[in-house]
Design a protein around this ligand. Structure first.
Ligand SMILES: Nc1ncnc2c1ncn2[C@@H]1O[C@H](COP(=O)(O)OS(=O)(=O)O)[C@@H](OP(=O)(O)O)[C@H]1O
Ligand SMILES: Nc1ncnc2c1ncn2[C@@H]1O[C@H](COP(=O)(O)OP(=O)(O)O)[C@@H](O)[C@H]1O
Length: 250
């Protein structure tokens, strides 16, 4: 795991496209003006001796996104990296709360307007918010692991464009956790498939809602019997090293 990478070689290339110019949201309003920051991404990455990156896990509920992302996070932290993990269920407890999580504090109108469920448009907004947060984290130099069903190709591709426009090409790695629906149903770690099949959960991905598989993910984790979450995490870490987005320090 000794590939040439790190801020000195890769991150310096970011300076012209990251914080020296407005990100993808340029032109948002005539009254909102981009303010250049004093410290740029390259300086942050240099302090961290790593390259800010978004590793985006997508796949059906129960395919293993959270388990594998947590394992990868553990490996990265163990190797001295500054990484962080955004996980679907957890983010839906805060930034992307459902209406029921907002009503008491903010009232019904606010909850109906900003709370998110699982319709296509709510998922679009969910992924837009998380994509923007992921991009900010990558700009702060963090290796950002994001684990979301993110069933729509268009939503994932938008995040890719935003992350790369804010940073540089190659900053977004899509990991397709390709576990067959039958296996996910069998695992059913939260009992959600059982409920969805019984009609107790609407718009459930794979049952009553679509999942659009990535066409050319950077990392395609095909299910195979006997593959452990640790095996999968090592495979992703190796792909990160091979692509020059991570240099092992131990
Ligand atoms: N209708 C429906 N469809 C899919 N998933 C559902 C649904 N309702 C609740 N859940 C639970 O919410 C988790 C998915 O949240 P995400 O934010 O990742 O979804 S999405 O990216 O906006 O599609 C998902 O987490 P994971 O199982 O970890 O994928 C489920 O636990
Ligand atoms: N190779 C594997 N990779 C990931 N998870 C696995 C694997 N084999 C079995 N599992 C189990 O499958 C379940 C996956 O659940 P989870 O990680 O929450 O999936 P998701 O986040 O995609 O909904 C966990 O109970 C995990 O222990």
């Amino acid at each position: 795991m000794n590939q040439p990478t790190g801020p000195s070689s890769q991150s310096t290339q970011a300076s012209s496209s990251s914080e020296l110019s407005p990100p993808a949201s340029e032109g948002i309003s005539q009254n909102i003006v981009w303010h250049e920051t004093t410290v740029d991404r390259v300086a942050r990455e240099s302090n961290l001796t790593q390259r800010g990156t978004v590793v985006w896990f997508t796949g059906l509920s129960g395919c293993g996104k959270s388990t594998i992302a947590n394992e990868l996070d553990r490996l990265l932290i163990g190797r001295g990296a500054a990484s962080t993990l955004l996980d679907g269920d957890n983010v839906r407890h805060g930034l992307c709360s459902p209406p029921s999580g907002l009503a008491e504090e903010h009232g019904d109108e606010f909850a109906a307007r900003f709370g998110l469920g699982f319709s296509a448009v709510d998922r679009e907004e969910n992924i837009r918010r998380i994509g923007a947060v992921s991009s900010l984290m990558a700009n702060a130099g963090l290796i950002t692991l994001a684990a979301f069903v993110s069933p729509y190709r268009r939503d994932r591709d938008r995040v890719r464009r935003m992350v790369e426009a804010d940073g540089r090409p190659g900053d977004f790695l899509e990991v397709f956790v390709d576990t067959p629906l039958e296996v996910c149903k069998q695992r059913d770690p939260k009992g959600l498939y059982k409920k969805a099949i019984a009609g107790e959960i609407a718009n459930f991905t794979g049952i009553s809602d679509p999942y659009e598989a990535p066409e050319s993910p950077e990392i395609h984790l095909r299910f195979r019997e006997g593959m452990t979450p640790a095996d999968a995490a090592v495979e992703i870490l190796q792909a990160m090293v091979d692509r020059g987005v991570f240099q092992s320090r131990s």
